[in-house]
Every structure is written in structure tokens, then in C-alpha cells.
Design a protein around this ligand. Structure first.
Ligand code: BZD
Length: 823
């Protein structure tokens, strides 16, 4: 912290702020070829971005030579997804120059906010898993842990969602169409990535059998770096994202044969690898191109890691002492056979030595227990694309099962459950099993989730490796998710308890006594109201709808998925609507219910729920009896920059997944950190949020994870709830009968049927009444603003645990075995 404060004192000097204005003008001309007298916001945003970035390059090079000189152990975070969102404000925040920059930009005739809006989000991920990776990069570099993100620079990130006649439509997210000032392309670094071909046996000079991978089709990987400044900028790291380039000789042979178009086709096909992010979260599509993307990331990354390592070491034997690799879910788990292949086939090691190095290098984070999200690849596909890896996987499995059989003699059922190869329904490679076997540590992302891994999904593995499966509860970076996104509240907090909270979130606890101070409560409420006003303006701009900042802002923003139960929220909205219609003069707490989230393009039911939300909104918002008390809106294209507007303005955060299904959730943390009260089930990190904020400051309802499991076992009958609850019955009948779709009566039948006829897998019917009761408690409390604001303060004050700084330190000490540099 002392370093941070020192930096902010002489920030003008360190970042040459006196020269910033001239630099912006210079970059307008020299880099962008624009007339500085032009008033184009986009040009000025770019000129500002380049001028900010160039101030970090020096610090970045210094950081890298620090790491090199100290021979520090490095952490590589391998992820198919990162969700950094926008960079400009994050750079300025972490450099501590937001206010200074605002003044300079004003002198040029702009507001910082309007230039900020010119930036497209880098949406290189689907949701929580990708955003977590970005929070962890921020926390690693802010705490001087030598960490790097490795991922893919998709040309098209997560699709742009628009809503047309109530339906989701997907448009391609050509986010770099007008360039991206943050990326530093390394045109001179290229690695060759191989695909297809075959594995060939030969004898080395000592007469040992060796393997080589031949007759391959090759694609080149080119890195592009994006700088990641730590808070206070004592260190700057980077994420390295790969793009696919066609290999030269591959083309040349075709060109030489005179087949120009054929050669161009090959070029285009190979460059397709990094074209587009797969938009499915929690669902495996099993496309060959996806597996290609995974191996492309892994192969390029390991060539880069080993090149860097070998600059300072002569032998690979000490790799695990110098390198820790964290696998962000199983998506990059092909890294395990890849490192084995490199160590054995390229560097000549024997199996046992190579395997020991491998298992001491890798750790794997699991983010889901949903069966449809667990990756498996058909053996014939994997064997065709990566023949040598398939051989290695078989050998890993053979040796592994030998060990299991020795520990559990005669237990063939167990062997088939634990095998890396699934036999039933055509042979497939189970990537989770491979990742567990090839890693020294496996972690879940919240206490409940890790417990479910140990006793449920990975139970056999937990019995076999009793210390391997552990927990590291997720966290979010307080820099972006409070300091940057919520200046009003940040200012108040800093005025009250000083600035240290943003690097030591536990400090927020000093706000606890202030919850009893009415002047502080008033200031807190004013900050929330200011944020609600800002959001109201945004909503008006986006969906042409006026919302009243003095109503309760009830928010559910996350990917659309049945297990997340946006439908349960809609059922509550319909119930409120009915109550108002039945009794138009009833005294009810005015609410604005806001939704946002993308559905995977092929996920029919999730898309239908988006439509339902929009149709319910249409009916509710047009009804004169309801006016002023209930409003509903779906905000299109939920993304990081939208989250930064939504999160600070929430009163109520909906975290209502079926217990046992949401691994952790991180939106729950962001909302509570910004003073929203949570209504939620005892699922994922909600359990720990309740422990921290106190059961009296959160609205918990519904079945617990073990009760969901028991009900599934003993037979769950959703109709029972329908028959015994008139209010629920009415809601279901309205959905089923076409009340919200008068022109297409059967439109929502699949929604009705999933609950009434197809078993209600996510148990909405069972949780409806408890949810209604919890919502009634919300309404009652909101009427007592003094109490509400008190609880809002206590929520934020007790969120210290959920800083990603804490999560990253747990990984560092417990899994990576690295310490912050300079300690
Ligand atoms: O990971 C999410 C979980 O659902 C959340 O509970 C958890 O908080 C976060 C971070 O740990 N999982 C995902 O976001 N998963 C994906 O996005 C994904 C993407 C591709 C394929 C499968 C899953």
C-alpha cells in the first residue's frame, strides 16, 4: 500500500502527465493520421488510449526484467476465455490518474465518460469463468505475483445480443473492426502448431523406442500482448493471446502447383481457428474446430513457456520449481498429454520422469457439476486430430487404472467410472478425469461446490487421492468492481475509512459501526440514488423506457440458463401483477425488475424465457393499474461495461439457482459489494456470503442442495405444488394458456410443460412459495429505509473475503507455491 500512495503522490511525474495533452495530439496525427482539430470522439479515444499505453511499456519491461533477474517462479493461467471488458478506465484507475486525465480530456473539449463509451468491450468469454480469469490477472499483478494469462485472440467475441419483437437475435461481435489500441502484436514471434498426421515409431541412437509425430498439417501461432497494469503500477504484466496464421510452406507447395485458389482456401481454413468464440456456456458442443482451438492455445503456449524457461535453465527437470500452470476448467486440459509429448518426444525423457514433472506442474479448477457441461471428446476425433496425444492418453490411463486396481482390487465398476476413457456409447476421452489424474491439485470454486466435488461428482477420485481436491472460493477485483464502477460509493468509503480498502478489502469492516450513524446512512443512500439515476438514464437510452429511481431496483443479470431460474423471478413478477390487478388500491412496495443475459444461440428454452420476460414486461408496463408500482425490463446485450452500470445501482440481487447447481457465482459478490441485498438460495458462494454478512442481512429461501438431491432420489412431484397453491396455479395457467402471447396462444407451452409435464428438473414449483415469502420480506424491509440502508452498508462492509486478492493468495500459497515478489 505504501508504494501505491507514493505513486499517487508523484503520479504527474511518473506518468509525465504534463505531456499527456501534447501526446494525445501527437498520436492523433502520427499514429491515426487525423487532424487534431477534428472533434471525432473515436479518434480522441484512440489517441488517448495510445498515450496511456505508451506510459506503461517501460514499467512493463522493468517488471519483466525483475522477474527474469530474480528467477521468480511464474504462474501461467491457461484459459480459453478472458472477459476484460473495456481497458481505458481500468488502466487509468490502476495508474491512479482518473482525475488528472479527466481534466486533461476536458481541456481538449471532451468528458472522460464520453470517450470511455467509444471503446468496445473485449468480450473474449461467455460469462463467469472468463471474467474470473480477468479478475485473477488483476489480482496477481497487483500483488506482485509473476503471473501471465494465456488465451486466444478471437476475431469475434461473444455475440452481440439484440432483442427484436421480444426475441434474442445474435449479431457478430466484430470488436476489432476499427482496431484495438491496447494490443501489441508480435509479428516477429511465430510458433508452429501441428495437427493430424500420424505417430511414427523409431529407434534412437541408444536403441530405445521413440515416437515422432509426422505428416502433420501446420498452422502458425502469433502472439498479441495486452498489458495488465497492477494497482498502483508497481508492476505491469500481460496476457498473451494467440492468433492463427497460415503456415508459409504449407501454402507454397500448393502455390507452386499452380493451385492459387486451393492454396488460398487452405490459408483461410487454417486462419479460421481463432475466428470465433464458441458461445455456449455450460454445454459441450463437441465440434472439431473447438478441439483445434484448445490444442492451438496449448501448443503455442507451451512452446512459449519452455522457450522462456530454457533461457535460464539447462534442464527441464526443475520445471515444476519454476513454472505453475493453472488450467481454467478442462478446456486447456490437452496440455497434460502435450507436455508429456514434449518432454518425451522432443526432450528425450523417459515416461516416469516426464510424468512426475507433469503432475507437479499442473493444477485444475473445476467450474461446474452440470453433466452436459463436462467435456468428453470422441476417441476417433481426438485420435485423428492429435494421434500422438491419443496414444499418450491411453498410456496415462493404463498406468492410472493399474494403480486404482491395486488399491481397490476387484472393483471393476469403480475402474470403469474412473477411467479416462468412457466406453459406453462409443469411446470418448473424459477430460475431467484426465485433468484430475494429471494435476497435483484440483479445486472447486466455493466451499459447497468443492464439497459436492469431493462427495458427489469426483467422489471416487477423492477416495483415491484424499488430499488432491480442495476449495478456493472465487473472488472479484475491488478495483474494477467497486473503485472503478462505483465512484460515488468509493468516494464515500474512502472519506470515511481511508483509501486502503481497495488493496485490503477486509478493511471495509471499519464501515460496520458507521451503519449506526444516520448521517453516514444518508450519504450511503444518496450514493445509491445517484447510481440509480445514472442507470435510469442508461435504460431510457437503451430501451426507451423511463424507470423511477425511487423504486426498489430488483436485478437479475447473468447468462440465461434454466438452472439459474430467471423463470422463477418471472413467476414472482406475474404474481405481483395479479395481486395489483386483484386489489388496485393495495399498498405495495414499488419495484423495477430488470433482467439481462445472453442465451446460447442453440438453447431453445433459454431463448423462450427471454421472450417470456419481454412479453410479461409488455403486459405489465402497459397496464394502468400497475403504473408506478411495477415495471419490468430486459436490457439487451449484457456485457462487462453494462455490468459496471447495473451493479452499482442494484437494491436487490437475485441469486436464485437450484441449490447445488451454481458452482460459485461471482455476480452475487459484485452486487453485495456495492450494497445490494441478496435474495438467494443456499447455493455456490451464497452460502459463504451469508456467513460473512449474517443471516439477518440476506434473504435466503428454498431447498438446500442435499434436499434437492434427496427429492430427486425419492421422486419429486411438481403437480402437488400446483394443486395446493392457488396463486402458483394461476401463474402457471397464465403462462400455459397464452395470456402473455395472445396472438400465439401456444407460444409458452414449452415453458409450462417443462414444469408441469417434464418433471420440473430445476424445482421451481417447490421453491415458488418460499421465494414468494422471501420477496414479501424484501418488500417489508424496503419500506423501512433506515433498516434497509443499514443492511446495505453491512453487506458491503462484510464482503472483504470476496476480493480476488484473497483468492489469488490462496492459490499462490496453497497450490502454486509462489510468494509475492519482493517479500
Ligand atoms: O464459472 C461459471 C460458473 O457457472 C459460476 O458458478 C462460477 O462462479 C464461474 C467462475 O468460477 N462457469 C462458467 O462461466 N462457464 C463457462 O462460461 C463455460 C464456457 C465454456 C464451456 C463451458 C462453460
Amino acid at each position: 500500500m505504501s508504494r501505491v500512495c507514493k505513486m499517487s503522490k508523484n503520479v504527474r511525474e511518473v506518468f509525465r502527465l504534463d505531456e499527456l495533452k501534447d501526446d494525445i495530439r501527437r498520436n492523433m496525427v502520427a499514429l491515426l493520421g487525423n487532424d487534431p482539430r477534428s472533434k471525432r470522439k473515436f479518434s480522441y479515444y484512440n489517441a488517448l488510449a495510445y498515450s496511456v499505453r505508451e506510459r506503461l511499456v517501460d514499467l512493463w519491461m522493468r517488471t519483466q526484467s525483475d522477474y527474469y533477474d530474480s528467477m521468480a517462479k511464474r504462474v501461467y493461467y491457461l484459459s480459453m476465455e478472458f472477459l476484460p471488458g473495456r481497458f481505458l478506465m481500468n488502466y487509468l484507475t490502476n495508474m491512479g490518474i482518473v482525475d488528472e486525465c479527466r481534466e486533461i480530456v476536458a481541456e481538449l473539449g471532451f468528458s472522460l465518460e464520453e470517450l470511455e463509451e467509444e471503446e468496445w468491450d473485449a468480450g473474449l468469454g461467455n460469462g463467469g469463468l472468463g471474467r474470473l480469469a480477468s479478475c485473477y490477472l488483476d489480482s496477481m499483478v497487483s500483488q506482485n505475483i509473476p503471473g501471465y494469462g494465456y488465451g486466444i485472440l478471437y476475431d469475434y467475441g461473444i455475440f452481440y445480443q439484440s432483442i427484436v419483437n421480444g426475441n434474442q437475435e445474435e449479431r457478430c461481435d466484430n470488436w476489432r473492426r476499427h482496431g484495438c489500441p491496447w494490443e501489441i502484436t508480435r509479428l516477429d514471434t511465430l510458433y508452429e502448431v501441428k495437427f493430424y498426421g500420424r505417430s511414427e515409431t523409431y529407434y534412437d541412437s541408444d536403441g530405445n523406442v521413440r515416437f515422432r509425430w509426422v505428416d502433420t498439417e501446420n498452422v502458425m501461432a502469433m502472439p498479441c500482448d495486452i498489458l495488465i497494469p497492477g494497482y498502483g503500477c508497481s508492476h505491469v504484466s500481460n496476457m498473451r493471446l494467440w492468433t492463427a496464421q497460415s503456415s508459409r510452406e504449407f501454402n507454397l507447395s500448393d502455390f507452386n502447383r499452380g493451385d492459387y485458389i486451393g492454396a488460398m482456401h487452405g490459408k483461410v481454413m487454417s486462419e479460421n481457428i481463432t475466428k470465433v468464440l464458441y458461445p455456449n456456456d455450460q454445454f459441450l458442443q463437441g465440434m472439431e474446430l473447438r478441439l483445434k482451438q484448445q490444442y492451438f492455445l496449448v501448443s503455442a503456449t507451451f512452446q512459449d513457456i519452455l522457450r522462456r524457461y530454457l533461457k535460464q535453465h539447462t534442464s527441464l527437470a526443475a520445471l515444476p520449481e519454476a513454472v505453475a500452470v493453472q488450467l481454467n476448467d478442462t478446456h486447456p486440459a490437452i496440455a497434460i498429454p502435450e507436455l508429456m509429448r514434449l518432454l518425451m518426444d522432443v526432450y528425450g525423457m523417459g515416461w516416469d520422469v516426464a510424468w512426475d514433472i507433469c503432475t507437479r506442474t499442473f493444477a485444475y479448477t473445476n467450474h461446474t457439476v452440470l453433466p452436459e457441461a463436462l467435456e468428453t471428446w470422441p476417441v476417433d476425433l481426438l485420435g485423428r486430430l492429435l494421434p500422438r496425444h491419443m496414444q499418450i492418453i491411453y498410456e496415462i490411463n493404463r498406468r492410472f487404472l493399474e494403480g486404482v486396481a491395486a488399491t481397490f482390487p476387484g472393483d471393476t465398476e469403480r475402474l470403469s467410472r474412473m477411467s479416462v476413457i468412457q466406453e459406453e456409447g462409443g469411446q470418448r476421452v473424459r477430460m475431467a478425469n484426465l485433468a484430475i489424474v494429471g494435476s497435483h491439485t484440483v479445486n472447486g470454486v466455493a466451499a459447497l461446490h468443492s464439497n459436492i466435488l469431493q462427495t458427489g461428482l469426483f467422489r471416487d477420485f477423492h477416495e483415491y487421492y484424499p488430499r488432491k481436491i480442495r476449495n478456493v472460493t472465487n473472488g472479484v477485483t475491488p478495483r474494477r468492481w467497486l473503485m472503478q464502477c462505483n465512484p460515488a460509493l468509493s468516494r464515500l468509503i474512502t472519506q470515511s475509512i481511508g483509501p486502503e480498502w481497495c488493496c485490503n478489502l477486509e478493511k471495509l469492516r471499519e464501515l460496520v459501526p458507521l451503519a449506526e450513524d444516520s448521517a453516514f446512512r444518508d450519504a450511503w443512500a444518496r450514493a445509491k440514488l445517484e447510481n440509480k439515476r445514472l442507470l435510469s438514464r442508461y435504460v431510457l437510452r437503451k430501451v426507451q423506457m423511463g424507470i423511477n429511481p425511487n423504486t426498489l431496483f430488483d436485478m437479475q443479470f447473468k447468462r440465461m440458463h434454466e438452472y439459474k431460474r430467471q423463470l422463477l423471478n418471472v413467476m414472482h413478477v406475474i404474481s405481483l401483477f395479479n395481486r395489483i390487478k386483484d386489489n388496485p388500491s393495495a399498498d405495495i412496495t414499488p419495484r423495477t425488475v430488470l433482467f439481462g443475459g445472453k442465451a446460447a444461440p442453440g438453447y431453445y428454452q433459454a431463448k423462450l424465457i427471454i421472450r417470456l420476460i419481454n412479453e410479461v414486461a409488455r403486459v405489465v408496463n402497459a397496464d394502468a393499474d400497475v403504473a408506478g408500482r411495477l415495471r419490468v425490463a430486459f436490457l439487451p446485450n449484457y456485457c462487462i461495461s453494462q455490468a459496471e452500470k447495473v451493479v452499482p445501482a442494484a437494491d436487490l440481487s437475485e441469486q436464485i439457482s437450484t441449490a447445488g447447481m451454481e458452482a460459485s457465482g461471482t455476480g452475487n459478490m459484485k452486487f453485495a459489494l456495492n450494497g445490494a441485498l441478496t435474495i438467494g438460495t443456499l447455493d455456490g458462494a451464497n452460502v459463504e456470503i451469508m456467513e460473512e454478512v449474517g443471516a439477518e442481512n440476506i434473504f435466503i429461501f428454498g431447498l438446500k442442495a442435499h434436499e434437492v438431491a434427496e427429492k430427486r432420489r425419492s421422486g419429486y412431484n411438481p403437480r402437488e405444488f400446483y394443486e395446493n397453491d392457488a396463486e402458483l396455479r394461476r401463474v402457471m395457467d397464465m403462462i400455459g394458456s397464452g395470456f402473455f402471447s395472445p396472438d400465439e396462444r401456444g407460444l409458452f407451452s414449452p415453458v409450462y410443460d417443462s414444469l408441469m409435464h417434464h418433471g420440473d428438473y430445476y424445482m421451481l414449483m417447490a421453491d415458488y412459495r418460499p421465494y414468494m415469502e422471501a420477496q414479501a420480506a424484501v418488500d417489508a424491509l424496503y419500506l423501512d429505509q433506515d433498516q434497509w440502508v443499514r443492511k446495505s452498508i453491512l453487506n458491503a462492509a462484510n464482503m472483504g473475503k470476496f476480493s480476488s486478492d484473497r483468492s489469488v493468495m490462496e492459490y499462490a500459497r496453497g497450490i502454486w507455491h509462489v510468494e509475492p515478489l519482493g517479500k
